[in-house]
Design a protein around this ligand. Structure first.
Ligand code: C5P
Length: 215
């Protein structure tokens, strides 16, 4: 079906895992592939939205028709998202943002020294929590990838970050989470609604998420 139910709407989507520099050639990252975020961008474009995709480097083809903003670190993503927030109607934060970054990235490539190396990490800004504090009518959608106590953690983040919709997935379940083309998610909304979706492709999950955003 072709629904143009996002026509005239500006949708910002973040995708991929952030990279936090250790030195000029090394970084800390995570297993996010960017697939869920790219599926969301394609679906929003299909529905007529004006889409901005803030993305870390991935192996995926860029969605046609999206404005693409390339970033690497959590701080770069933070800046890109905050700058655009007032001008958009919907934000979907599918990116896996690092919670910590190296405190002082080395300016030169680090040399091998002792047997042990201690790396000091500091917290990155929680982008979504900041959007939750700043929002003025935007629909905010967050993701929670959990390995345990899925519902409790998802509901806690929904409230704490002042979201409208939380997409929770148990990353320990086969067919769900990082790298694969499918996902098994539960949608929690701020009104207390809970919708458990079965195993489906990330394209289908994207469609169901925007069905809820429209509501
Ligand atoms: O890391 P956490 O499980 O709290 O992530 C939940 C949501 O918050 C995700 O949508 C993620 O993109 C977002 N997040 C963020 N900035 C961070 C950490 C997480 O926007 N520093």
């Amino acid at each position: 079906v072709s629904r143009r139910d996002l026509a005239g709407r500006r949708v910002l989507i973040t995708a991929g895992g952030t990279r936090e520099a250790i030195d000029p050639v090394r970084y800390i990252s995570n297993r996010s592939s960017g697939k869920m975020g790219y599926a969301l961008a394609r679906e929003a474009i299909r529905r007529g939205a004006e889409v901005t995709l803030v993305t870390t480097p991935t192996r995926l083809p860029l969605p046609e028709g999206a404005e693409v903003v390339p970033v690497e670190s959590a701080e770069e993503m933070h800046k890109a998202v905050i700058e655009r927030f007032d001008a958009v109607h919907v934000v979907v934060k599918a990116a896996a943002v690092a919670d910590y970054r190296p405190a002082a990235p080395a300016e030169q490539k680090m040399k091998k020294q002792a047997d042990r190396l201690f790396l000091e990490l500091v917290r990155t800004p929680d982008i979504l929590a900041e959007l939750g504090r700043r929002k003025r009518g935007q629909v905010l959608v967050g993701f929670a990838a959990e390995t345990n106590d899925l519902e409790a953690h998802a509901l806690d983040k929904l409230r704490r970050k002042n979201l409208d919709l939380m997409v929770a997935n148990d990353v320990t379940t086969p067919g769900a989470g990082f790298s694969v083309d499918t996902n098994i998610v539960t949608l929690f909304d701020r009104q207390g609604g809970k919708e458990t979706l079965g195993l489906m492709t990330k394209d289908e999950v994207a469609c169901r998420i925007f069905d809820r955003v429209i509501q």
